[in-house]
Design a protein around this ligand. Sequence first.
Ligand code: SF4
Ligand code: SF4
Length: 56
Amino acid sequence: MPYVINDDCIACGACASDCPVGAISEGDGKYVIDPDTCIDCGACAGTCPVGAPQEG
Ligand code: SF4
Ligand code: SF4
């Protein structure tokens, strides 16, 4: 299952540059993961300072 960024996201952008497949982009007030691109690697969850990316 692709990861999903929850509402705890503070839009810092750190995860976007760490995603190996470029699945993360800036959305409306938070960052979002394209579920069709995410390969479920978990890198974003390890990078995020607030634990917003969760396994979907
Ligand atoms: Fe990108 Fe991996 Fe996070 Fe999916 S789990 S959005 S592939 S960093
Ligand atoms: Fe949001 Fe966490 Fe990504 Fe920063 S690293 S943009 S807080 S999901």
